[in-house]
Design a protein around this ligand. Structure first.
Ligand code: NAD
Length: 319
């Protein structure tokens, strides 16, 4: 079988091996593929692996030999899964691979806001300590988290991971979820309604999926219900936040700081209002990308194709 990987670079920039796929067929890996080149690059391949390169109904029409589409991610909106289903092509995804990495990253964003370690280290290397009148200096308020409250919107796998680490730092956790599960509660972790979470949290972390019901869940009105000086963390999906409203709240100091790994349009646009907002950390959607997570993703992607080849497909999103 011919296997083509259309955009393998972010999954494996060179520190992992594609050999799992190589054992399953003749493999061609492209780092990235322009949508205009998709049909040409698929050529005669029967198994197509994509991360963010769209596979449209027109592509399926032009490449009738395709038998399998594997998505190297959890979200599979890049594939026209309905059109694939009509043609009997299973589309698989990777349901979970990065829970620990994404929870850890949410806390990393928060700790950076609390201590600005990168900034202070750079200041020391630039000579600021050497030339300092006192034996120490700090250029940002340093924030202790113990005793503070973290509100987590979306208490699923990642939300609970972030919550566990926050509790280890001495924080209380308030969780809001559409489907609360009381067995996840404990002495310092309770479910609550959204308004109570907004009103009582010192830190608000977003871990819900992007649905019509959650799009823009952080906006002018919900920010107004928050404590003054709240910290907002989002490494779920950019459109959960109305960016203009958050930028304004950072400018007028209603929100003390934001730590964001995702924005509404990615890569970020030069005119994103958050780029010029104060106290706004932005990382380029890398919460998922630890080597350990990517290896897990690779292993599951290979076993998805293997399962298809032996006639018992798993992780099929268009059954
Ligand atoms: P999950 O399905 O385990 O948890 C999501 C939780 O959100 C569930 O408990 C669900 O009930 C809840 N929820 C759904 N609708 C809600 C609503 N309207 N209000 C409140 N809660 C609601 O998913 P997960 O594995 O924890 O992943 C969470 C999100 O993290 C993903 O949807 C994705 O957007 C994001 N993510 C980001 C990265 C990254 O690299 N930045 C990587 C992986 C996942």
């Amino acid at each position: 079988m011919e296997i083509v990987i259309l955009d393998g670079y972010t999954e494996n920039p060179g520190d992992l091996s594609w050999e799992g796929f190589e054992k399953l067929g003749r493999l061609k890996v492209y780092d990235r593929t322009d949508p205009a080149d998709v049909i040409k690059r698929i050529g005669k391949a029967e198994a197509v692996i994509t991360n963010k390169t769209p596979i449209t109904a027109a592509t399926l029409e032009a490449c009738p030999q395709i038998k399998y589409i594997g998505v190297l991610a959890t979200g599979y909106n890049v594939v026209d899964v309905a059109a694939a289903k009509v043609r009997g092509i299973p589309v698989t995804n990777i349901p979970t691979y990065g829970t620990d990495a994404v929870g850890q990253f949410a806390i990393a964003l928060l700790l950076e806001i609390c201590h600005h370690i990168g900034y202070h280290s750079e200041a020391v290397h630039k000579g600021k300590w050497e030339n300092n009148k006192d034996w120490c200096f700090w250029d940002y308020p340093l924030i202790e988290l113990a005793g503070k409250t973290m509100g987590i919107i979306g208490f699923g796998r990642i939300g609970r991971t972030t919550g566990r680490i926050a509790q280890a730092l001495g924080m209380k956790v308030l969780a809001y979820d559409e489907y609360p599960n009381p067995s996840f509660e404990n002495e310092s972790c309770k479910y609550t309604d959204l308004d109570t979470l907004l009103a009582q949290s010192d830190v608000i972390a977003l871990h819900c999926p992007l649905f019509p019901s959650t799009e823009g869940i952080i906006n002018k009105a919900t920010i107004a219900k928050m404590k003054d000086g709240v910290i907002i963390i989002n490494n779920s999906r950019g459109p959960l936040i109305v960016e203009e409203d958050l930028a304004q709240a950072l400018i007028n100091r209603k929100v003390y700081a934001a730590g964001l790994d995702v924005v509404s349009t990615e890569p970020i646009l030069g005119n994103n209002p958050l780029l010029n907002a104060p106290n706004c950390l932005i990382t380029p959607h890398i919460s998922w990308a630890s080597r350990e997570s990517r290896q897990r993703l690779m292993d599951i992607a290979v076993s998805n194709l293997q399962a298809f080849l032996v006639g018992s497909p798993v992780n099929v999103v268009n059954p």
